[in-house]
Write a new protein. Structure first.
Length: 112
């Protein structure tokens, strides 16, 4: 299993037919980053049912594709072109868990 230290999610959906070259070009042109910097870049389709991860490991580029049997990936809302997440958030995301709710701070009006 690939366990990236740093993950950036591209918030806008992409065509899942795109391969390494097209996704690398997107990272360079839209996001202004190098796809070969050791960072992992995540992409999803319109309905968040599929996920692609592009990562350079020092000797080559990996393009991994994941699909859940049920449900969909909880993707950040479009805003900035990229969303940085922690390794823990990445693990939750890839299992289909709503990682945004797990990381949320309690509301100020909640009483314990």
């Amino acid at each position: 299993m690939i366990r990236p230290d740093q993950v950036f999610l591209h918030t806008a959906p992409v065509d899942m037919r795109w391969s390494i070259d097209r996704l690398s070009l997107l990272i360079q042109q839209i996001d202004g980053r190098s796809p070969c910097d050791g960072t992992a870049y995540g992409f999803t389709n319109r309905n968040n049912s599929r996920l692609k991860l592009l990562i350079w490991d020092g000797t080559g580029v990996w393009l991994c594709h994941r699909r859940l049997h049920k449900g969909h990936f909880r993707w950040p809302h479009p805003g900035d072109a990229l969303f940085q997440m922690s390794a823990e958030q990445w693990r939750w995301l890839t299992t289909g868990v709503d990682w945004q709710r797990l990381c949320a701070t309690p509301s100020a009006h909640w009483r314990v």
